[in-house]
Ligand binder design. Structure first.
Ligand SMILES: O=C(O)CCC(=O)C(=O)O
Ligand SMILES: [Fe+2]
Length: 492
């Protein structure tokens, strides 16, 4: 996309209106250009701006907006000046985001962020950005992203049903974790309070120390300075999320219980069996930075690993389901290799949150700064930042989940991820390391695999199901095994 350095002058400017839009409750403000949901057209008198686009009326808005992603910046800008409807379409920021990423700017790691993708591509200041009154533009396609980027998160995190609350504990010993907690989510409130980063890291301190360091944020590699400009001033429905696995090297951090350390692995999670893979282990630790509304849509962590996620700054809302649950709005292919869910966190919250929280398997909680959350192997989770935040996360393989990881590496080899491409047989490699260094554990892991398979065969084969799991014959779709969530296991 080409950048224009023209000023947007001579255009009608309209101050943003902040009255409430009654159709979305008191919390969503009116669209700054006055764009309305499609349904409002049928109650509005006066003109309909769509009538001015001539033969383009034949195209549905979805298709037209897709087409605009192929138009260069100059044309997009000029097309937007032809009528109000096209102004509304051609200033939609998602189209400019695509343009940014495809342009030269998309390859730059440092640039000046100007509050929107369009203003950044066109180098426009706030005053130079035109505001045309589009109050006779009625379109869900144009209005919906605005609603999604203005959802009020407090609505979703209040009134968590008591039965859903993720347990909050001060700290755990390894024995407690291994004996009782390794298959349940929980939040530890005091476990990381001595980590030096909990005292020294703020968004400001990181920018001043590492502002010039380039980090990965989804599809882009930006300096922390540019990312922070973006993070502090954007209107994206799904803000770009900084997720970097080389952070320790890039920031020259010491990790572990050594002099001058930044943080260490909490003792309670015990040995991480992927450490047997040494440098050949898959990616396992990340620095995560993002603004309010950023986060992770529903997923399970890779390779059936467990994880901990420590909030250093900010607060995160977590909603989780055990491995075998059917999560509303999340559709999984038969071999679970593909997960289809609404595109954004906001969309999921709007459409499915109320239904999801009614399910008995649902677990929810808020992990605040200085706290750490445990994600058990195979658990579904959606996470959203309630404030600008910094977090550290690591994936690991605890002894009690060795069977799940071995089954995953063996039976879902096509879904294994994070290993360097030279490692062509991760299962074989892990098996070999266990055999060489921890033969007793390997035996225990294989015993876990066999037990899982036995229980699975008992359910699908409709064989004699032991007394303690009689209800499972009738659970139909959910494939639970009747031991409560402690024993929620996946299909081998
Ligand atoms: O902090 C977050 O957004 C959650 C990250 C997460 O779920 C993951 O790294 O797998
Ligand atoms: Fe995750």
């Amino acid at each position: 996309m080409q950048c224009l350095a023209l000023e947007e002058d001579g255009l009608q400017r309209q101050p943003s209106s902040h009255q409430d839009d009654s159709s979305f409750g008191p919390s969503i403000p009116s669209h700054p250009l006055g764009i309305k949901p499609l349904g409002n057209k049928y109650f509005a008198g006066g003109t309909d701006a769509r009538k001015s686009i001539g033969s383009l009326q034949a195209l549905p808005d979805e298709m037209f907006m897709q087409l605009l992603e192929y138009v260069d910046g100059r044309t997009l800008r000029l097309l937007g000046y032809t009528c109000k409807y096209l102004f509304a379409c051609c200033t939609a920021d998602d189209v400019w985001k695509t343009g940014f990423l495809q342009s030269e700017l998309g390859n730059k790691s440092s640039f000046e962020w100007r509050g929107s993708w369009r203003a950044t591509v066109l180098s426009l200041s706030r005053e130079q950005s035109a505001r045309v009154d589009c109050s006779n533009v009625f379109s869900d396609v144009l209005h919906r992203p605005f609603v999604c980027s203005h959802i009020v998160l407090s609505q979703y995190i209040k009134n968590i049903p008591a039965a859903n609350e993720i347990c909050r504990l001060q700290d755990l010993s390894y024995e407690e974790f291994a004996g009782k907690w390794s298959k349940k989510p929980f939040i530890l409130t005091k476990c990381i309070r001595d980590w030096p980063v909990t005292k020294s890291w703020t968004t400001e301190s990181l920018v001043s120390q590492y502002g010039g360091v380039v980090f990965r944020a989804e599809a882009v590699d930006w300096t922390l300075g540019s990312y922070m400009q973006y993070m502090r001033n954007n209107q994206d429905e799904s803000p770009l999320y900084l997720f970097d696995r080389k952070f320790a090297e890039k920031m020259s951090l010491k990790v572990g219980k050594v002099e001058g350390t930044a943080y260490w692995k909490p003792d309670c999670f015990g040995p991480d069996l992927f450490e047997l893979l040494g440098a050949e282990r898959p990616a396992h630790r990340w620095l995560i930075i993002g603004p309010e509304r950023s986060g992770s849509t529903f997923h399970k962590d890779p390779n059936a690993t467990s994880a901990w996620n420590a909030v250093i700054v900010g607060a995160k809302y977590w909603i989780m389901f055990p491995p075998t649950a059917s999560v509303p709005g999340v559709f999984v292919s038969k071999d679970s290799s593909e997960v289809t869910s609404p595109l954004s966190i906001a969309e999921w919250l709007l459409e499915f949150h109320a239904e999801a929280r009614k399910l008995p398997e649902c677990r929810e909680g808020i992990c605040k700064a200085g706290e750490i959350l445990h994600v058990p192997s195979g658990w579904w989770h959606l996470v959203v930042n309630l404030e600008d935040g910094i977090a550290l996360t690591e994936n690991f393989v605890p002894q009690s989940q060795l069977g799940s990881v071995l089954s995953f590496l063996k039976d879902k080899a096509d879904q294994v991820s994070g290993f360097e491409k030279e490692i062509t047989n991760p299962y074989g490699l892990f098996l070999q390391r266990l055999r060489e260094e921890r033969p007793g554990l390997l035996e225990e892991g294989l015993r876990q695999v066999a037990e899982k398979k036995r229980r699975w065969d008992a359910v699908v084969g409709d064989e004699d199901i032991p007394e303690e799991q009689p209800q499972k014959k009738s659970t139909g779709f959910s494939f639970g095994f009747g031991f409560g969530d402690e024993e929620e296991d996946e299909i081998p």
